[in-house]
Ligand binder design. Sequence first.
Ligand SMILES: Cc1ncc(COP(=O)(O)O)c(C=O)c1O
Length: 422
Amino acid sequence: MAQSTGLAGFYRQTPGNDDLVCDGVSLTAIAASTGTPVYVYSAAVLRERYQVIDAAFGDYPHALHYALKANSTLAIARLMRALGSAVDANSVWEIEVARRAGFEPSQIVFTGVGKSPEELERAVALGVKAINVESGGELARLEAIAVRLGRIVRVAIRINPDIDAKSHPHISTGLKINKFGLPLDEARELVQTLTGRPSLALVAIHVHVGSQITSLDPLRRAAALAADVSLDLQRQGFPLEYVDLGGGLGVSYDGGAVPSAADYVGVLLGEVRRTSLPIVIEPGRVIAAPAGALLARVIDVKPRTATSDFIIIDAGMTELMRPALYDAFHRIEPVSAPATGDRHYEIVGPVCESTDVVGRDRMLPPLAAGDLVAIRDAGAYGAVMASNYNRRPMPAEVLVDGGEWRVIRRRQTIDDLLAQES
Ligand SMILES: Cc1ncc(COP(=O)(O)O)c(C=O)c1O
């Protein structure tokens, strides 16, 4: 296997050699060995992205709970754990992945707008760090389980701050019209009931206003609100342990400017310091997105208009749903040719849906069947959202680490696909 050049992430080897590599390892070689489509992740980028956020807190007490929903492949979860991360799980199945990756219950916060009774019971029995509660009904169900199991359950109350995250409407969660959390008044009322409910221990206030947030203002306002409410509750004698500010920091998919980790953490500290409470954050995308690329091969090129062709690749909405789901933009580059060129292309997947467009209006060098392309910044909300539509198998996943690469999830086979059927 190729030796690393010591550079991190996806880059072109040397001037004049256009081969795109990951941490010095040839993507052409990986794709030749594994086939396509295949996700390739850079361990170096995952580490760097985690460490830069962690370091930005300086001495201030904090915990990063990596959001497994962004990418929960076991090897990635294990890598995060080795870095010292804790996790945010959004279902009992993510909790089980976290357990198998070696996380202790005390390192798991459990979020999610619709946790089933079975999910709540498992989380209570495990004794996770906190269950982030989204409604009065959920709190009552949780209390009943805690009483039945003779446990005291640690809860955080998720406030819906009615703040516009100004990201895509499908990934904004902090407005009143969104299904997440409790409006401030209701949250305050609910907290007051806790004094007479000994099975419930309030440990934190939680906010999360959306994902791919590229302006710090909504994050600052959400942090300010969480800090105000926490201070108020501390004054009333609630022994809060931390403030949970969720995730949401965006990444640059198109090369545009986004806030740095240092600026982001600075904003959070600026609001929360006055509570003297430790800060918990739940970053997902900002750590995992730039660490991954989806490699696909051109299956066909066919005319579209007088000046534009379709490029049909062997990855589509089944492997990377974001463009079809949110009209999301991902850079798409040939692996063995310059990143841009003078041919106008519409890059589409093989799935029988017209929405299966991976890249609109792209200017690339001439491409032909068999060429390899890399869909960049696909490490978050990529593999985890893959589906078997059209009976397409889940793609393989590869981790590049220290100049070596290995398959961390093999491609599904037709036997895997049919194993649960009779
Ligand atoms: C409660 C919660 N925490 C954390 C995250 C992770 O968000 P992101 O990947 O944008 O950092 C999400 C995702 O939307 C979420 O719903």
